[in-house]
Ligand binder design. Structure first.
Ligand SMILES: [Zn+2]
Length: 285
């Protein structure tokens, strides 16, 4: 059942794993894993994919996947400042948007999130904002360097002013691959969680060691985004599958393999969320 991101966050007992899906096989693999493991989840629609050829079809495919699932599933248009793009996605049935004004001056970021919230409210949809900036490309792994962290005091003021449903934080995480092992700043994360009274999200989870993801969840991260790892698994499998001799030009077999590989990769993150203690619970070592 398709639900707003806020409803999915409420329905989940732990953090909500969220996966960028560029293809039908990825959507199918993620949904299969989520249903097998009983995990309310979020399907992420990349704005670059939505804006490109077949983008509306992809959005409708993700919406249909959520509709047909017995689990609460959200569909979110990811990072954008474009209110028209948000409206187009909401018209097609997405249940959340990420109004990402993290590269804008503070006041403009607030203004963007307020406008997005007003728009999303008409559709009963949720809004995720970002303060501080998570560097790197969402679509390509480029080994981005860590940028400026989210300021906890500014975060409190930001939330007061525009009240998003969820806020993405920059605490040592980047989009894409990490040039060296990431070290999340848990002191900053704790201070943000203390000062800003809302659910937090972690972007760039691919490549962060499990122990650090678990600690982030314990400290207040209620949603985490996975993209690079699903792309890596998909492309490495595709390179192998489509290079093997296939005299009958059979397509279904390789596509099923891609669904299976995506299912396995998504399942590992869903299991990580399920094994993570809730906020304030003691962390097992
Ligand atoms: Zn992101």
């Amino acid at each position: 059942m398709r639900r707003s991101l806020a409803d999915v966050l409420n329905a989940a007992t732990g953090a909500v794993p969220s996966f960028t899906c560029y293809t039908l096989e990825q959507a199918s693999g993620v949904i299969t894993a989520a249903e097998r493991l009983g995990a309310p989840s979020c399907l992420l629609l990349a704005p670059s994919a939505f804006n490109g050829p077949g983008g509306a079809l992809l959005a409708s495919c993700l919406v249909a996947a959520a509709d047909s699932s017995p689990l609460p599933i959200a569909v979110q248009l990811d990072h954008t400042t474009d209110l028209d793009l948000m409206r187009a996605a909401l018209d097609l049935g997405v249940t959340a948007v990420m109004a990402d004004g993290s590269k804008l001056p503070f006041a403009d970021n607030v203004e963007l999130v307020c406008a997005a919230s007003e728009l999303a409210a008409r559709y009963d949809a949720s809004v995720e904002a970002e303060l501080g900036h998570v560097p790197g490309s969402e679509d390509r792994a480029i080994g981005a360097k860590v940028g400026a962290f989210t300021d906890p005091d500014l975060a409190a003021r930001f939330v007061e002013l525009c009240q998003p449903d969820l806020m993405a934080v920059a605490v040592g995480n980047v989009h894409g691959t990490y040039p060296s092992e990431p070290r999340l700043d848990f002191t900053t994360l704790t201070r943000i969680a203390e000062r800003a009274d809302l659910a937090l999200s972690l972007h760039g989870t691919s490549g962060i060691p499990d122990t650090q993801v678990r600690q982030a969840i314990r400290l207040g991260v209620k949603k985490f985004n996975v993209n690079t790892e699903l792309r890596r698994v998909y492309l490495e499998s595709a390179q192998h599958l489509f290079n093997v001799e296939n005299k009958g030009f059979e397509l279904l077999g390789p596509l099923r393999q891609l669904i299976q590989r995506t299912d396995e990769a998504a399942a590992s993150f869903i299991e990580l969320a399920a094994a993570s203690p809730l906020p304030a619970a003691p962390l097992e070592t």
